[in-house]
Design a protein around this ligand. Structure first.
Ligand SMILES: Nc1ncnc2c1ncn2[C@@H]1O[C@H](COP(=O)(O)OP(=O)(O)OP(=O)(O)O)[C@@H](O)[C@H]1O
Ligand SMILES: [Mg+2]
Length: 278
């Protein structure tokens, strides 16, 4: 039986990021993909031109009907876009029995400067959604925004931000939570993603490093990474929060994304999409 993954995210018509990247990744890794669309973006590999929101009532309806009918082994969220959607997600999460592991890619700002979640939405995310999160996957800028740090730009600051995020109650309601700070934007020769969580009050830290590829083809790396983790975690997990499964899923996904960048089809005039089907 394929693992059932529900992605709650925005549509990217260029097919490199968002819902489209999630579905491609999930299918490539043998999962069954379902999607609830939070907003329709108008974008290509160069930039985001517009974001057309879907009403939160309709987003909640999409999530509820697929969960009631098919169910999900992991829920993955990307761009939530509005406070309404964050609130609706909270209502759904607190009513789930049994709980479903939740991977949150906290998309806040696009590289082109479009707000993909407003400040109030970010505060609500921390207050309401953090307690249900199995894994939070911020990039450097998102780690800074969520932790309140001015800047997160090296391994030491990544650890500091991670500790702050863990202290904000990640996974409290579902047996524990972890944070993976993505280092795709680190300056230097390597990219390193840092996984942090507590095991019996002791901080566990793992680094996943590879050579930074000198390429323009990095559109949707974050979405693809989180979706790859979602499928592997769904395949491996023994409980809602399973640190061993999480470690293996992150390790696998880090290498999957590196290979997907390496073999990218080189499409478009801007940041090109990855090769999801390796
Ligand atoms: N140039 C690169 N070479 C190798 N790996 C990379 C490169 N850029 C990003 N990655 C990897 O891609 C994954 C996503 O990291 P990144 O920090 O780019 O996330 P992001 O900013 O959220 O991505 P997105 O632009 O899709 O939102 C990480 O596993 C990171 O290590
Ligand atoms: Mg991202």
């Amino acid at each position: 039986m394929p693992s059932r993954i529900l992605t709650v995210a925005g549509s990217d018509p260029s097919g490199g990021a968002g819902i489209q990247a999630d579905i491609k990744t999930i299918m490539a890794l043998g999962g069954y993909a379902m999607s609830a669309v939070t907003a329709v973006t108008v974008q290509d590999t160069l930039k985001i031109y517009d974001v057309i929101p879907i009403d939160s009532v309709q987003v909640a309806a999409q999530i509820n009907c697929v969960l009631n009918d098919i169910g999900a082994d992991v829920i993955k969220t990307g761009m939530l876009h509005s406070t309404g959607v964050v609130s609706a997600l909270f209502d759904i999460l607190r009513s789930l029995k049994p709980p479903i592991p939740l991977i949150v890619d906290p998309v806040i700002l696009s590289t082109s400067g479009h707000a993909l979640l407003c400040e109030e939405g970010v505060n609500l995310l921390i207050e309401k959604i953090f307690p249900f999160i199995t894994l939070l996957t911020p990039n450097l800028a998102e780690a800074a925004a969520l932790s309140g740090m001015k800047v997160v730009a090296d391994l030491q600051q990544m650890e500091e931000a991670g500790k702050i995020l863990l202290s904000q109650g990640l996974g409290q309601k579902n047996g524990g939570g972890a944070v993976l700070i993505k280092g795709g934007h680190l300056v230097g020769e390597d990219v390193s993603d840092m996984l942090l969580f507590y095991k019996k009050d002791r901080l566990q830290k793992y680094l996943f490093s590879s050579q930074k590829q000198n390429t323009r083809n990095t559109h949707g790396t974050g979405c693809s990474l989180a979706s790859a983790i979602a499928v592997k975690y769904a395949d491996l997990r023994q409980s809602v929060f399973d640190p061993n499964a999480l470690f293996k899923a992150v390790e696998f996904a880090h290498h999957y994304v590196a290979k997907a960048i390496e073999t990218a089809p080189n499409f478009g005039k801007g940041k090109g999409p990855l090769n999801h089907i390796l």
